[in-house]
Design a protein around this ligand. Sequence first.
Ligand SMILES: [Zn+2]
Ligand SMILES: [Zn+2]
Length: 389
Amino acid sequence: MDVRSAARTIDPATVATRRDLHAHPEIAFEEVRTSGIIAERLRILGLEPRTGLGGTGVVAILDGAHAGKTVIARADIDALPITEEKDVDYRSTVPGRMHACGHDGHTAILLSVADVLTRHRSELHGRVVFVFQPAEEIVRGAHAMLEDGALEGIDVDHAVGLHLTSMQPTGVIAVRTGPAMAAADRFDLVVRGSGGHAAKPQETVDPVVIAAHVVIALQSLVSRECDPVDQAVVSLTSIAGGTAYNVIPDEVHIKGTLRTFASSTRDRLRERIIALATAVAEAHRGTLEVTWTDGSPAVVNDGAITERIRRVAAEVVGDEHVLEMPLSMGGDDMALWLERAPGCYFFVGANGGAATAYPHHHARFDIDEASLPIAVEALTLSVLELTRP
Ligand SMILES: [Zn+2]
Ligand SMILES: [Zn+2]
Protein backbone atom coordinates (compact mmCIF):
# COMPACT_ATOMS: atom_id res chain seq x y z
CA MET A 1 0.00 0.00 0.00
CA ASP A 2 1.38 3.44 -0.86
CA VAL A 3 1.87 6.10 1.77
CA ARG A 4 -1.20 8.13 0.82
CA SER A 5 -3.56 5.15 1.01
CA ALA A 6 -1.94 4.06 4.26
CA ALA A 7 -2.43 7.52 5.74
CA ARG A 8 -6.13 7.38 4.87
CA THR A 9 -6.85 3.80 5.91
CA ILE A 10 -5.33 4.25 9.37
CA ASP A 11 -8.34 6.42 10.16
CA PRO A 12 -10.20 4.01 12.54
CA ALA A 13 -7.08 3.86 14.74
CA THR A 14 -6.75 7.65 14.75
CA VAL A 15 -10.40 8.05 15.74
CA ALA A 16 -10.16 5.41 18.49
CA THR A 17 -7.04 7.03 19.97
CA ARG A 18 -8.58 10.49 19.77
CA ARG A 19 -11.75 9.37 21.54
CA ASP A 20 -9.81 7.59 24.27
CA LEU A 21 -7.70 10.72 24.90
CA HIS A 22 -10.83 12.88 24.73
CA ALA A 23 -12.49 10.81 27.46
CA HIS A 24 -9.38 11.09 29.69
CA PRO A 25 -8.17 14.69 29.40
CA GLU A 26 -5.16 15.92 31.38
CA ILE A 27 -4.12 19.57 31.72
CA ALA A 28 -0.68 21.17 31.42
CA PHE A 29 2.19 19.12 32.92
CA GLU A 30 -0.29 16.55 34.27
CA GLU A 31 -0.38 14.51 31.04
CA VAL A 32 0.85 11.31 32.73
CA ARG A 33 -1.67 8.86 31.28
CA THR A 34 -1.49 10.59 27.89
CA SER A 35 2.30 10.45 27.62
CA GLY A 36 2.24 6.86 28.88
CA ILE A 37 -0.05 5.91 25.99
CA ILE A 38 2.12 7.82 23.53
CA ALA A 39 5.31 6.08 24.69
CA GLU A 40 3.66 2.66 24.65
CA ARG A 41 2.34 3.16 21.14
CA LEU A 42 5.75 4.34 19.90
CA ARG A 43 7.41 1.28 21.47
CA ILE A 44 4.95 -1.02 19.69
CA LEU A 45 6.13 0.62 16.45
CA GLY A 46 9.68 -0.38 17.36
CA LEU A 47 10.80 3.16 18.26
CA GLU A 48 12.67 4.06 21.43
CA PRO A 49 10.86 7.05 22.95
CA ARG A 50 12.55 9.33 25.47
CA THR A 51 9.96 10.16 28.10
CA GLY A 52 9.57 12.66 30.95
CA LEU A 53 11.11 15.49 28.91
CA GLY A 54 10.16 18.79 30.53
CA GLY A 55 7.89 16.78 32.82
CA THR A 56 5.58 14.88 30.49
CA GLY A 57 7.02 15.39 27.00
CA VAL A 58 7.95 12.50 24.71
CA VAL A 59 10.40 12.43 21.80
CA ALA A 60 11.06 9.56 19.40
CA ILE A 61 13.34 9.39 16.40
CA LEU A 62 12.70 7.50 13.18
CA ASP A 63 15.57 7.14 10.72
CA GLY A 64 14.65 6.76 7.07
CA ALA A 65 16.31 4.34 4.69
CA HIS A 66 17.96 7.14 2.72
CA ALA A 67 20.06 10.17 3.56
CA GLY A 68 18.17 13.42 3.98
CA LYS A 69 17.13 16.20 6.33
CA THR A 70 16.11 16.03 9.97
CA VAL A 71 12.55 17.25 10.57
CA ILE A 72 10.64 17.85 13.79
CA ALA A 73 6.96 16.85 13.65
CA ARG A 74 5.30 18.32 16.73
CA ALA A 75 1.94 17.75 18.41
CA ASP A 76 0.66 19.33 21.61
CA ILE A 77 -1.05 16.94 24.01
CA ASP A 78 -2.67 18.93 26.85
CA ALA A 79 -6.31 19.60 27.71
CA LEU A 80 -7.98 22.58 29.43
CA PRO A 81 -9.52 23.18 32.88
CA ILE A 82 -13.07 23.22 31.51
CA THR A 83 -16.06 21.02 32.37
CA GLU A 84 -17.37 19.45 29.17
CA GLU A 85 -21.00 20.14 28.22
CA LYS A 86 -21.30 17.91 25.15
CA ASP A 87 -23.28 14.71 25.29
CA VAL A 88 -21.25 12.26 23.20
CA ASP A 89 -20.19 8.78 24.22
CA TYR A 90 -16.51 9.81 24.28
CA ARG A 91 -17.18 12.81 26.52
CA SER A 92 -14.71 13.72 29.26
CA THR A 93 -14.88 11.44 32.30
CA VAL A 94 -13.15 14.05 34.46
CA PRO A 95 -15.10 17.07 35.76
CA GLY A 96 -13.20 20.31 35.19
CA ARG A 97 -11.03 18.76 32.46
CA MET A 98 -11.69 18.81 28.74
CA HIS A 99 -9.94 18.55 25.39
CA ALA A 100 -11.53 21.77 24.14
CA CYS A 101 -8.82 22.77 21.67
CA GLY A 102 -8.34 19.60 19.61
CA HIS A 103 -5.01 18.51 21.10
CA ASP A 104 -6.50 15.02 21.55
CA GLY A 105 -6.77 15.02 17.75
CA HIS A 106 -3.21 16.34 17.30
CA THR A 107 -1.81 13.55 19.49
CA ALA A 108 -3.77 10.85 17.66
CA ILE A 109 -2.78 12.31 14.28
CA LEU A 110 0.95 12.32 15.07
CA LEU A 111 0.78 8.75 16.42
CA SER A 112 -0.84 7.68 13.15
CA VAL A 113 1.80 9.57 11.15
CA ALA A 114 4.50 7.74 13.14
CA ASP A 115 2.75 4.46 12.41
CA VAL A 116 2.50 5.10 8.65
CA LEU A 117 6.07 6.38 8.32
CA THR A 118 7.49 3.48 10.33
CA ARG A 119 5.82 1.06 7.93
CA HIS A 120 7.13 3.06 4.94
CA ARG A 121 10.65 3.61 6.17
CA SER A 122 12.02 2.41 2.85
CA GLU A 123 10.54 5.53 1.22
CA LEU A 124 11.70 7.90 3.95
CA HIS A 125 14.76 10.10 3.65
CA GLY A 126 16.57 11.63 6.59
CA ARG A 127 15.25 11.54 10.10
CA VAL A 128 11.94 12.38 11.76
CA VAL A 129 11.88 13.69 15.32
CA PHE A 130 8.41 13.10 16.72
CA VAL A 131 7.75 15.64 19.47
CA PHE A 132 4.76 15.19 21.78
CA GLN A 133 4.66 18.42 23.74
CA PRO A 134 2.84 19.08 27.02
CA ALA A 135 1.44 22.35 28.34
CA GLU A 136 0.81 24.32 25.16
CA GLU A 137 -2.23 25.99 26.74
CA ILE A 138 -0.04 27.75 29.28
CA VAL A 139 2.73 28.20 26.66
CA ARG A 140 5.35 26.56 28.86
CA GLY A 141 5.67 23.04 27.48
CA ALA A 142 8.00 23.71 24.54
CA HIS A 143 10.33 25.74 26.74
CA ALA A 144 10.34 23.02 29.41
CA MET A 145 11.17 20.29 26.87
CA LEU A 146 13.95 22.32 25.24
CA GLU A 147 15.44 23.19 28.65
CA ASP A 148 15.38 19.49 29.45
CA GLY A 149 17.46 18.67 26.38
CA ALA A 150 14.71 17.38 24.09
CA LEU A 151 16.83 18.26 21.04
CA GLU A 152 20.25 17.67 22.56
CA GLY A 153 22.58 16.08 20.05
CA ILE A 154 19.99 16.41 17.26
CA ASP A 155 20.80 18.69 14.36
CA VAL A 156 17.39 19.83 13.16
CA ASP A 157 16.80 21.22 9.66
CA HIS A 158 13.06 21.88 9.66
CA ALA A 159 9.99 21.82 11.90
CA VAL A 160 6.37 21.15 10.99
CA GLY A 161 3.11 20.91 12.89
CA LEU A 162 -0.59 21.43 12.52
CA HIS A 163 -3.58 22.67 14.48
CA LEU A 164 -7.13 21.51 13.81
CA THR A 165 -9.49 24.47 13.60
CA SER A 166 -13.23 24.92 13.90
CA MET A 167 -12.84 28.23 12.07
CA GLN A 168 -12.42 26.41 8.74
CA PRO A 169 -14.67 23.75 7.21
CA THR A 170 -13.47 20.16 6.96
CA GLY A 171 -11.63 19.74 3.67
CA VAL A 172 -9.78 23.04 3.90
CA ILE A 173 -6.12 23.50 4.82
CA ALA A 174 -5.07 27.03 5.76
CA VAL A 175 -1.47 28.13 5.36
CA ARG A 176 0.30 31.42 5.93
CA THR A 177 3.80 32.66 5.10
CA GLY A 178 5.70 34.79 7.61
CA PRO A 179 4.24 35.80 10.97
CA ALA A 180 1.10 33.72 11.61
CA MET A 181 0.40 33.85 15.35
CA ALA A 182 1.30 36.52 17.87
CA ALA A 183 3.85 36.70 20.63
CA ALA A 184 1.74 36.67 23.79
CA ASP A 185 3.32 38.28 26.86
CA ARG A 186 1.56 39.10 30.09
CA PHE A 187 2.11 41.57 32.88
CA ASP A 188 0.95 42.46 36.38
CA LEU A 189 0.91 46.05 37.56
CA VAL A 190 0.51 47.03 41.20
CA VAL A 191 -0.41 50.68 41.61
CA ARG A 192 0.50 51.81 45.13
CA GLY A 193 -0.89 54.89 46.79
CA SER A 194 -1.76 55.56 50.39
CA GLY A 195 -5.22 54.67 51.59
CA GLY A 196 -7.56 56.38 54.00
CA HIS A 197 -11.08 57.70 54.54
CA ALA A 198 -13.11 58.25 51.38
CA ALA A 199 -14.32 61.57 52.81
CA LYS A 200 -10.76 62.87 53.25
CA PRO A 201 -9.05 62.30 49.88
CA GLN A 202 -6.55 65.08 50.60
CA GLU A 203 -4.95 62.81 53.20
CA THR A 204 -4.54 59.93 50.74
CA VAL A 205 -2.89 59.07 47.44
CA ASP A 206 -5.77 57.36 45.68
CA PRO A 207 -4.57 54.32 43.66
CA VAL A 208 -8.02 53.86 42.08
CA VAL A 209 -7.76 57.18 40.27
CA ILE A 210 -4.13 56.49 39.35
CA ALA A 211 -5.10 53.07 37.97
CA ALA A 212 -7.78 54.72 35.83
CA HIS A 213 -5.15 57.06 34.36
CA VAL A 214 -2.79 54.14 33.78
CA VAL A 215 -5.48 52.22 31.87
CA ILE A 216 -6.26 55.17 29.59
CA ALA A 217 -2.59 56.03 29.08
CA LEU A 218 -1.66 52.49 28.05
CA GLN A 219 -4.47 52.44 25.49
CA SER A 220 -2.73 55.25 23.59
CA LEU A 221 0.43 53.21 22.92
CA VAL A 222 -0.85 51.11 20.04
CA SER A 223 -2.84 53.97 18.47
CA ARG A 224 -0.14 56.67 18.79
CA GLU A 225 3.23 54.95 19.00
CA CYS A 226 2.94 51.94 16.65
CA ASP A 227 3.18 51.88 12.90
CA PRO A 228 -0.46 51.46 11.74
CA VAL A 229 0.53 48.69 9.31
CA ASP A 230 2.19 46.69 12.07
CA GLN A 231 -0.13 44.70 14.34
CA ALA A 232 -0.20 44.89 18.12
CA VAL A 233 -2.72 44.68 20.94
CA VAL A 234 -2.49 45.86 24.53
CA SER A 235 -5.41 44.56 26.60
CA LEU A 236 -5.89 45.19 30.31
CA THR A 237 -7.99 42.28 31.40
CA SER A 238 -8.37 42.57 35.15
CA ILE A 239 -8.47 45.44 37.62
CA ALA A 240 -8.93 44.86 41.33
CA GLY A 241 -8.63 46.95 44.45
CA GLY A 242 -10.57 48.14 47.45
CA THR A 243 -13.28 46.53 49.56
CA ALA A 244 -15.66 49.19 50.89
CA TYR A 245 -17.71 52.29 49.97
CA ASN A 246 -15.92 54.60 52.37
CA VAL A 247 -12.30 53.43 52.20
CA ILE A 248 -9.65 54.49 49.70
CA PRO A 249 -7.41 51.39 49.34
CA ASP A 250 -3.62 51.28 49.44
CA GLU A 251 -3.21 49.53 46.11
CA VAL A 252 -4.88 48.42 42.89
CA HIS A 253 -3.84 45.40 40.82
CA ILE A 254 -4.04 45.42 37.03
CA LYS A 255 -3.43 42.43 34.74
CA GLY A 256 -2.80 42.70 31.04
CA THR A 257 -1.46 41.09 27.90
CA LEU A 258 0.66 42.32 25.01
CA ARG A 259 0.30 40.65 21.60
CA THR A 260 2.73 41.45 18.81
CA PHE A 261 4.31 39.94 15.68
CA ALA A 262 7.57 41.85 15.09
CA SER A 263 10.15 41.38 17.83
CA SER A 264 11.16 45.06 17.55
CA THR A 265 7.55 46.08 18.24
CA ARG A 266 7.39 43.62 21.11
CA ASP A 267 10.56 45.01 22.73
CA ARG A 268 9.53 48.63 22.26
CA LEU A 269 5.99 48.19 23.60
CA ARG A 270 7.21 46.29 26.65
CA GLU A 271 9.59 49.13 27.42
CA ARG A 272 6.92 51.79 26.81
CA ILE A 273 4.20 50.03 28.88
CA ILE A 274 6.53 49.92 31.87
CA ALA A 275 7.86 53.47 31.40
CA LEU A 276 4.47 55.09 30.76
CA ALA A 277 2.61 53.32 33.57
CA THR A 278 5.44 54.16 35.99
CA ALA A 279 5.49 57.82 34.94
CA VAL A 280 1.70 58.14 35.23
CA ALA A 281 1.73 56.63 38.72
CA GLU A 282 4.55 58.90 39.83
CA ALA A 283 2.93 61.99 38.32
CA HIS A 284 0.00 61.31 40.67
CA ARG A 285 2.30 60.76 43.70
CA GLY A 286 1.96 56.98 43.60
CA THR A 287 4.36 54.20 42.67
CA LEU A 288 4.14 51.27 40.32
CA GLU A 289 5.47 47.74 40.54
CA VAL A 290 5.66 45.70 37.34
CA THR A 291 6.00 41.93 36.96
CA TRP A 292 6.57 41.04 33.31
CA THR A 293 6.16 37.44 32.10
CA ASP A 294 7.45 36.67 28.63
CA GLY A 295 5.24 34.29 26.67
CA SER A 296 6.36 32.51 23.56
CA PRO A 297 7.53 34.56 20.58
CA ALA A 298 5.45 34.93 17.41
CA VAL A 299 4.86 31.86 15.23
CA VAL A 300 6.75 32.68 12.04
CA ASN A 301 6.44 30.41 9.02
CA ASP A 302 9.42 30.21 6.66
CA GLY A 303 8.56 31.39 3.13
CA ALA A 304 10.23 28.61 1.12
CA ILE A 305 9.10 25.80 3.44
CA THR A 306 5.54 27.14 3.53
CA GLU A 307 5.43 27.09 -0.29
CA ARG A 308 6.36 23.40 -0.20
CA ILE A 309 3.69 22.70 2.45
CA ARG A 310 1.16 24.60 0.33
CA ARG A 311 1.90 22.24 -2.59
CA VAL A 312 1.57 19.20 -0.32
CA ALA A 313 -1.75 20.53 1.00
CA ALA A 314 -3.00 21.03 -2.56
CA GLU A 315 -2.19 17.38 -3.32
CA VAL A 316 -4.32 16.34 -0.33
CA VAL A 317 -7.39 18.62 -0.55
CA GLY A 318 -7.08 20.18 -4.00
CA ASP A 319 -5.68 23.59 -4.84
CA GLU A 320 -9.03 25.36 -4.43
CA HIS A 321 -9.26 24.17 -0.81
CA VAL A 322 -5.91 25.54 0.28
CA LEU A 323 -6.62 28.93 1.80
CA GLU A 324 -4.59 31.75 3.25
CA MET A 325 -4.70 31.43 7.04
CA PRO A 326 -5.90 34.67 8.67
CA LEU A 327 -3.37 36.33 10.95
CA SER A 328 -4.12 35.31 14.55
CA MET A 329 -3.51 37.35 17.69
CA GLY A 330 -3.54 34.07 19.61
CA GLY A 331 -0.22 32.60 20.70
CA ASP A 332 1.24 29.07 20.41
CA ASP A 333 4.59 27.80 21.63
CA MET A 334 5.09 25.97 18.33
CA ALA A 335 7.01 29.25 17.92
CA LEU A 336 9.93 27.85 19.94
CA TRP A 337 10.34 24.79 17.69
CA LEU A 338 10.18 27.07 14.64
CA GLU A 339 12.88 29.24 16.21
CA ARG A 340 15.15 26.18 16.25
CA ALA A 341 14.56 25.35 12.61
CA PRO A 342 12.70 27.05 9.75
CA GLY A 343 9.39 25.37 9.09
CA CYS A 344 5.65 25.73 8.93
CA TYR A 345 2.66 25.51 11.27
CA PHE A 346 -0.53 25.01 9.31
CA PHE A 347 -4.23 24.71 10.07
CA VAL A 348 -6.57 21.88 9.10
CA GLY A 349 -10.30 22.65 8.93
CA ALA A 350 -12.34 20.54 11.39
CA ASN A 351 -15.75 22.18 11.21
CA GLY A 352 -18.30 19.74 9.82
CA GLY A 353 -21.45 21.64 10.82
CA ALA A 354 -23.27 22.91 13.91
CA ALA A 355 -21.93 20.29 16.37
CA THR A 356 -18.32 21.06 15.45
CA ALA A 357 -18.64 24.80 14.88
CA TYR A 358 -18.04 25.93 18.48
CA PRO A 359 -14.99 28.10 19.06
CA HIS A 360 -11.88 26.58 20.61
CA HIS A 361 -11.97 26.52 24.43
CA HIS A 362 -15.80 26.36 24.43
CA ALA A 363 -17.38 23.74 26.74
CA ARG A 364 -19.12 22.22 23.67
CA PHE A 365 -16.10 22.32 21.38
CA ASP A 366 -15.67 19.22 19.22
CA ILE A 367 -13.79 18.35 16.06
CA ASP A 368 -15.26 16.80 12.95
CA GLU A 369 -13.46 13.47 12.87
CA ALA A 370 -13.61 13.50 9.07
CA SER A 371 -10.74 15.98 9.36
CA LEU A 372 -8.45 13.37 10.94
CA PRO A 373 -7.49 11.37 7.82
CA ILE A 374 -6.92 14.66 5.97
CA ALA A 375 -4.59 15.81 8.74
CA VAL A 376 -2.75 12.48 8.89
CA GLU A 377 -2.20 12.51 5.14
CA ALA A 378 -1.12 16.15 5.05
CA LEU A 379 1.33 15.77 7.92
CA THR A 380 2.75 12.48 6.61
CA LEU A 381 3.34 13.95 3.14
CA SER A 382 4.77 17.14 4.68
CA VAL A 383 7.33 15.13 6.62
CA LEU A 384 8.24 13.10 3.51
CA GLU A 385 8.61 16.34 1.55
CA LEU A 386 10.75 18.17 4.09
CA THR A 387 13.05 15.22 4.88
CA ARG A 388 14.07 15.00 1.21
CA PRO A 389 17.71 15.98 0.71
ZN1 LIG B 1 -6.08 26.18 22.97
ZN1 LIG C 1 -4.68 24.55 20.74
